[in-house]
Unconditional design. Sequence first.
Lengths: 901, 110
Amino acid sequence: MISELLSDLKYRFRALFRRGEMEHELDDEMRFHLEREAEKYQAAGMSPEEAHRRARVVFGGVDVVKEESRDAWGLSYLESIMQDLRYAIRALRRNPGFTVGVMVTLALGIGANTAMFSVVDRLLFRSPPLLRDPDQVHRIYFASMDRGTEDARSGTEYTRYLDMRRWTSDFSDLAAFSVRGLAVGVGNDTREGQVATISASLFDLFDAKPVVGRFFTAQEDTVPVGAMVAVLGYGYWQTNYGGRSDVLGQSIEVGSTKYTIIGVAPRNFIAFSEEGAPAVFVPITAYAGTFRAGPQLTNYYTRYNWSWLEILARRKPGITLVQAEADLSRAYRLSWDNEQSLQHTLPPAEIARPHAIAAPVQTERGPNQSRLAKVATWVSSVAAIVLLIACANVANLMLARSIRRRREIAVRLALGVSKGRLVRQLLTESLLLATAGGALGLIVGHWGGALIRALVLPDHGAGHTLSDHRTLGFALAISLGAGIITGMAPIFQVRRTDLSDSLKAGVREGGSRRTRARTGLLLLQAVLSVVLLVGAGLFVRSLRNVEAVRLGYDVDPILYIYPNTRSLKLSDDAAEATRRQLVETARSLPGVESAALGLTVPFWDTWTEELFVTGIDSVGRLGSFTIQGVSPEYFATMGTRILRGRGITAEDRKGTPLVAVLSQAMATTLWPGQEALGRCLRMNSDTMPCVTVVGIAENIKQNSITEDPGLHYYLPIEQFHPEAAVVFARVKGIAAGQAESLRRQLQPLMPGDSYLTVTPMHEIVDPNVRSWQLGATMFLVFGGLALVLSGIGLYSVVAYDVAQRTHELGVRIALGASVSDVIRVVVGDGLRFILIGILFGGGLALWAGRWIQPLLYAVSPRDPVVFGVVAGVLLFAAGLASLLPALRASRVDPTVALRTE
Amino acid sequence: MPEERLDLPQGTLDLLILKALSLGPQHGWAISERLHQVSRATLQVPQGSLYPALHRLERRGWISARWDTSDNNRKAKYYELTKSGRRQLEDEAEDWRRLSAAVELVLAMR
């Protein structure tokens, strides 16, 4: 049955597209027949002419045979479709205003959705390239109870990875993976690059073959130190080695170690990197085995103190997700017990209740979905609503058009065109419009998508909408969907057409009042616009609130300078001297207002030590207290205010009494309602010397802008790890443009192959504001789009009404109605309409508010200002949309209006 | 040539073509000749109407076509029964037998 259908379709298409060839074959076939027939008669004794004539008579009319053959080829069906298409194109070209309007409307709707799809697809649905059976592969999360809340992490230790390999049985492959930003290359060619440190087993998860050489094997990935071999990423190989195959055997410096190149990964192979394509892939044990934390090698494969990698695993065939998670949790529990036997401060498994989660590969589908992904998902449903509004608009226009064409349709029905054919014709028209709109929408989506991706996924690299088959397929699907939806309305109209009524009625009666369908569509648009605009208002207010949050330090003028010592092994004294030199030189540079030493940078890293305070049982239970080591200029450089007491001064050196400045939040957490100044902190053990609190500083945000306890304290850097210091510089004006010149001027101070990275503070803080920016921008764009579309919709309906009511309005004016009376009638009609929309839309927005609340900041989803402004904007737009046709109506000349009938 | 010749009942041409092809691949003219001879010239198969029928059968996938050299060294289009064509032939032949038996019964009514 299926094969017959397929052969049928293949044949028809051949007939359609290879028509000439088929005709030619038919001619040959018939000629052959006639010749053989004639030969037969000649053999029986006829003359050649007589024989040929006879053959033709017996054969019958050649033209009839051709005609019937073409029917047999199934062309008539396809030809009728082509006919419909031609008819549709003709009809649309006769009405260019309508056509362009519909196309642009649909293009905006489809473009918005295509753009959002290209973002959400990358965030949530697309799996890494070349991954085999992505549904069977999981990112493993480890969950346990911490201070009363459950916390799930994907980051874990190599020891844990070995435990999971040993104690699970439901997985065919388990792989460990981590991307590190490291220096790659030698000498001047050294660049900071993404280095994927992976277990050899990771390659088995993919359908990837090396383009040159080979991948490393399990024998080269063993504890304590794996083989020093490296596989180049395809892109890195192309740019840095010109794609030459003699790279094999060459050595490459990664971080502080030399590796031998043994192969090149295929194009598109990025493992599970979310920061783009790695430059190099090295065995995870080769990296970890040579990694030094301070002067010591880590015991990375026996201890649980270095959480730096993630685990990915493939389920064995036939193992369900539930079984797999049970298997993982069992193994994790054993691993937990093992860890607890080494580290007694860890709570026992009975309290921590450790269990493992096998989540999809995409991090945004795991337990720790980012706010950004949530907002992006919301925004894409907003895009869907915009498309819905666009469709409603188009359907409305189509309806108006089909009402105008009612007589034409009735005539065609009367002439014997079947209703089915007519329906097909109308559908052809709307599908044609939607496809054209979709093509235009792809362009909109291409640019829009690039913009949104730059905002949402700056690290994911550029993806081209126009060459991405998933996005193209999506655009095509929604275009066809839109075509069918918008085509439905006129089709119902046709099916209800009553011949005699329509033919008898004049143009005016052809549809003098708006139909219920049109009213419904208009109302739907108004309601949805209200909802979107309310959303936009809430997000804009949230963004403004977030931007107004005092971080506790300045952002715009600050540069973060990080000295990367690489393979260089400096003594602590030398490291400290280098840093002091850096900060002093930085301070002397023109354009730099001040510079200071720090230890950590907000949002990127934190430093904690165990704290002991007399009178408090367990300080750790009160929260996590983070440390900043600072030089005296730190507070002035960062703009952090000292509220009470003093800051750190030049007197706080090695050997002088230990002091600390506390954040206000920390002071009130430790000594609620009491004076914190002069109190004593002890670090690491309750027998250590006293660190005296000498000042209280304002709170800072260092993990999250909106929810940060701000438990933070400052120690003089000279008393606390001066060898690990980083530099902050405060420059005049905006820092971003000065980062590179500062780096160039300071780099000569760096000994050996060590180097500096200089990052504007803005780049560090921005990602934390991004979700609100995205929400506010996109809701505003889409809300505005919805408003414009609804306005156009209302305008077209009112204008159409006015055109239909010319006669009535003419009569009114003739009877003495004034211009303002007419305007009041028409505008009042439009406003009444929008008022109903505002009521329903407002109700809907109030009801839906609770879902969006978690994504807002410091604004209630029922914010009366937002609702008020939206209502005002909508009324204004509606007034405008109906005022234009009203003015036209008021200029109706009664004599003309009455005479036309 | 016999005087009495029968026009084909609607739809039987397909059955006859399928049957003729069940003996092996043939070009159009040979099919027409074979039907003519086997029916002892009783059946009136309009030669021209053979071709639309052949093309229809090809479209349905019951026969397949290819160009080949004929016995006298000329290019001719040969048709061949496909697997589904063979099934179709069996079905149609069975239908025909049942139909003619039924008609026979009715005619034998007293």
